[in-house]
Ligand binder design. Structure first.
Ligand code: SF4
Length: 338
C-alpha cells in the first residue's frame, strides 16, 4: 500500500508514470487506493475547471452501423436489432428539450454508416446552429473520410469523438474485427488536423484486456493528448459474440478516470451514462473521481430502447428529471453544472 500511495502522489506531482508501475497499480488497486486517488483527482479537476461540470446532452440519431464490433448491440451482424434513423425535425426536438433545460453542449451520436450523408449531417448541424447559435455541437458518428470531417467542421461542429476501444492491435482485432487499429489511429489524427476538439477513449474491463493492456490504453491516450477523454466500462449485450463475458467494474473505471485526470489535468474527461448501469451513482462518482463532463441522454423512450449498445437493466430515465437530479447531486458535491 505504501508504495502505491507514493506512486499516486508522484503521478499527481509529475504527471507521469511508467508502464510497469502503472500495470502494478491497476492490478493491485483496492478501496483505500480508490479513495486516495479520487481525492487527488477531484482536486486536479476542480483546479482545472474552477469547480464547473459540463452537462453534455447526447442525442442518438441512428443505430444503423456497417461495422461489426463484437461488444456492441447495434453492430451490423445483430439481425434482431430494429434499426432507426431520426429525421431532422426529430433531432431538433431532442436538442430543444435539452436547450430548454439549460443544456448548451450537445453530442449527436450514431453508428458508422452512410444512412445520413455528409450533406444531411451538415444540414442538421446548420439548422441547430441557426436556432441555437450558442449551442456547442459535437459528433460521434464513427470513422469518416478526411473530407467529411472537414465538411462538418466548416458547418460549425466543434468536436468529434472517435474511441479506439483498445490500443493493443491484437485486443483491438478481437473486439472490432471489421476494422483495424491502424485505420482508427489515422482517423483520430485527422480529427486534430481538421481542427476539431478531438475526443477519444477506450473500454475498461473488456474481454482480453488485463491490467497490462489497460496501461497501454492509458499511456497511449496520454501521448495522444485529446481534448476529450471518453472511457466506458464494458457491459455485455445478449445478441453479441461477447454476451457471456462478465461486465467491467464501475470501481476500476472510476480508478482509471482518476489516473487519467492526474496524467492529463487539462483534458475534458467524460462521466459516461453507462456507469449508471453498473452503479446508480456512477456518474456522480465519476465526477468525484475527476471527470468534468457528464453525459445525459436526451433520447425519447423509443430511441433509447433501440440504441442498445449494451444490455440495460435499468428503465428509461426521463431526460428532464435526470438533468434536474444531476444538477442537485453535483451541487451537493461542490460542483456547478453548466
Ligand atoms: S461500436 Fe460503433 S462502430 Fe462498432 S458496431 Fe457499435 S456503433 Fe458500430
Amino acid at each position: 500500500m505504501a508504495n502505491h500511495i507514493a506512486t499516486i502522489t508522484k503521478i499527481a506531482k509529475d504527471r507521469t508514470i511508467d508502464y510497469a508501475t502503472l500495470t502494478e497499480l491497476l492490478h493491485e488497486r483496492n478501496e483505500g487506493l480508490d479513495s486516495f486517488i479520487s481525492v487527488k483527482a477531484r482536486k486536479a479537476s476542480a483546479d482545472s475547471f474552477s469547480g464547473k461540470v459540463t452537462l453534455k446532452g447526447a442525442v442518438s440519431i441512428s443505430n444503423v452501423c456497417k461495422s461489426d464490433c463484437f461488444f456492441c448491440g447495434i453492430r451490423k451482424g445483430n439481425l434482431s436489432c430494429k434499426r432507426f434513423t431520426l429525421t431532422k425535425d426529430e433531432i431538433l426536438d431532442r436538442v430543444k428539450l435539452g436547450y430548454d433545460n439549460g443544456i448548451r453542449n450537445f453530442e449527436l451520436r450514431g453508428g458508422e454508416s452512410e444512412e445520413l450523408s455528409d450533406n444531411d449531417v451538415v444540414d442538421i448541424v446548420t439548422s441547430i446552429k441557426g436556432k441555437y447559435p450558442d449551442a456547442v455541437i459535437e459528433l460521434a458518428l464513427g470513422e469518416k473520410k478526411y473530407s467529411s470531417y472537414l465538411n462538418f467542421f466548416r458547418a460549425g461542429v466543434k468536436g468529434y469523438t472517435l474511441r479506439f476501444e483498445a490500443a493493443d492491435a491484437e485486443v483491438y482485432s478481437r473486439l472490432c474485427p471489421t476494422s483495424s487499429i491502424d485505420n482508427r489511429q489515422i482517423s483520430i489524427a485527422y480529427l486534430k488536423q481538421v481542427g476539431f476538439n478531438a475526443g477519444s477513449g477506450f473500454l475498461v474491463g473488456a474481454p482480453f484486456k488485463k491490467s497490462d493492456k489497460l496501461s497501454t490504453d492509458i499511456l497511449y491516450i496520454q501521448e495522444m493528448s485529446p481534448n476529450t477523454i471518453d472511457i466506458a466500462p464494458f457491459i455485455p449485450h445478449k445478441d453479441t459474440p461477447l454476451a457471456k463475458f462478465k461486465a467491467g467494474s464501475a470501481e476500476k473505471t472510476l480508478f482509471t478516470i482518476s489516473v487519467l485526470r492526474l496524467l492529463c489535468p487539462q483534458a475534458n474527461i467524460v462521466a459516461s451514462e453507462l456507469l449508471d448501469l453498473l452503479d446508480e451513482k456512477g456518474r456522480e462518482k465519476a465526477v468525484a473521481a475527476g471527470a468534468n463532463v457528464v453525459t445525459v441522454s436526451l433520447d425519447s423512450e423509443e430511441a433509447d430502447s433501440l440504441y442498445n449498445i449494451c444490455d440495460k437493466e435499468t428503465g428509461y430515465a426521463d431526460p428532464v428529471k435526470t438533468i434536474q437530479n444531476l444538477k442537485t447531486k453535483l451541487s451537493k458535491l461542490g460542483f456547478t453544472a453548466v
